[in-house]
Design a protein around this ligand. Sequence first.
Ligand SMILES: O=C(O)CCC(=O)C(=O)O
Ligand SMILES: [Fe+2]
Length: 505
Amino acid sequence: MVQGVVKKTKKTKSEAKVKGSKPDQPIRILNDEGNIHLQISKGCGIEYYPQRFPKALADRWMKALDAGIPWVRPEISVFGRKTLQPRETCYIADSDVRGYKYSGYQPRVHSWEEFPVAREILDKLHQALPEWMRFNSVLINRYVNGKDSVAWHSDDEPVYGDQPTIASVTLGASREFLLRRKKTAKKESVSGQNVSVSGQNVSVCGRKGEEGEECRIAKEKGVNFWEQSVKKQAPWTPSSAPDRIAVSVCGQNVSVSGQNVSVCGQNVSVSGQNVSVSGQNVSVSGQNVSVSGGKVEGEECRIAKEKGVNFWEQSVKQAPWTPSNAADRITVSVCGQNVEERGEEYRAAAKRRRNGQADDALKKNASSSPEENRADETPAAAAAASGVTERAWRSSRSTRTLLDLWGVRGKRASEGKDRGGGKVLGEEVSGSRRMKEEEEEEEEGLEAEEEGSSSPTTKYSFTLQHGSLLVMKGYTQRDWEHSVPRRAGIHTTRINLTFRLVIER
Ligand SMILES: O=C(O)CCC(=O)C(=O)O
Ligand SMILES: [Fe+2]
């Protein structure tokens, strides 16, 4: 079945909501079947599956846990002051997992055998996730109503290792889940020989060096890292491509790896498993790849989604890419699963087009609806289709974000906020869980900072809904913190299970 780019209707249905505090910030986003994959910063990945578990199953789990767990609302110690934790909890772990302590409170470690439903959810999760994602403990939270919350914190306790994967299942009431980048977050960095990277629009060019100096891809816990050694050499040109590495990375938080890579444009984003990018007419293949760009007016990225595959095809200017002209060139991309064969087809089609030949094969295989078939879209046509002038279209296009591109609206997380009134009941947890007594004031301060600062605090918000799964990966706990804020008007209960792998036992 041919599918177009994710449309609003789909988003509405799944109620997936992502708000970025800095809409123009490049991020990687893959929206397949309503799911959201974001690389929020280098090495930090978030996946959100709004309807991961069927409603009937989620209903049963909710009921069983709500009634069957011996919920406790412990008294915790926050900055030396005793306070009730603003939610109820229960901790379950394998028998060889040591208990842990936070804010002066050591939860009792229950066994999976005591709670077969928790075990069932764990099993279902293990089935749903890649084999390397395994968990041996779960912290279950019960938010009785909107007055319950969890303060800003990171789950970065050493027992989880430096890149913990945390899988979070939501049952019951929908609640807002916020993410914000820590002030201490590691800055983007690229290492290697003679590599210079600076600013937002990074361009790196070099040559493949001696053996052992090639690109290295480290795939660690689902995150692709990029590292390369380059020699100071003449710029990459198509004719020299076979023995050169030429990488152009434009945008923030870009990760590209491979030989003979050329990726340029605005807001470029490449991510996923086993990604490879190569050649002048670049093909990108792999699973969960998301690539987008569009620096030159009228030469925007075109994305089509067909048979679960995202294609991205675009006009390429004829002159070869060089570092100096990188800023006004766009190179290619194809993303999704099963890309190789389609990439070939698109490359062949692009070649025919360059030679002025009819492109029947491409047309035949492109999506059928005008909205989906973006391969032939021009600014004039797009403007006409949107019922606006070309100038207006161009102007709106230049401010569109990746989020917009995928039908997910970018918005400041602080916008339209509907705070519950009163102060957030803070808490302090061992490690970096800490109290934010002056939550409201802090939010205001942050906003002021966002307005005036050149590097605003990046924030995202998801509405976690019944039966959803949120996965935080890589260095997310190191570089980001999250919270579930108090909200007025929520009168129903939410249960959240955060599954973790304790590696120090
Ligand atoms: O309830 C949630 O979604 C988050 C809970 C959480 O962050 C935690 O237990 O560490
Ligand atoms: Fe957490």
